[in-house]
Design a protein around this ligand. Sequence first.
Ligand SMILES: [Zn+2]
Length: 137
Amino acid sequence: MGFPVSYYCPHCGAVVELERDGYLADKSVTPYPLEGWSYADPTDDFEDAEGVRFACGESDAPGLSWTGDVVDADDVENPTLASPCGREFYLSFVRYEDGREVEAVPESDYVVIGGGGPSGPSGPRGPDAGPRGPDGF
Ligand SMILES: [Zn+2]
């Protein structure tokens, strides 16, 4: 049926193995759901979903097992967190619309810096600042 693929919790680095069909293409594992994706629980029929929602350390699903390993990767948010941490994270599959891959919008893109005045995305300094002047910033 499937084969085990391992992921790790982006919060604490706990490693989980999920047995699933090989034809699904992983897009990313993120600590938050991607905009526009819908997620199933690992106990659900997630092969038909757009992603899977994990709770770190929870393994009710038959194809899911926590290996007990903890990875020390750069993108682990909080390596000092007790592991497994019990927080949720999200595995997103690649989605296609009209034959093209759907790009996710990172959450950080929603943050508007500086209140969006009419001067647009220029620096915090005056209108004709240009590249940094001789007096530093
Ligand atoms: Zn975790």
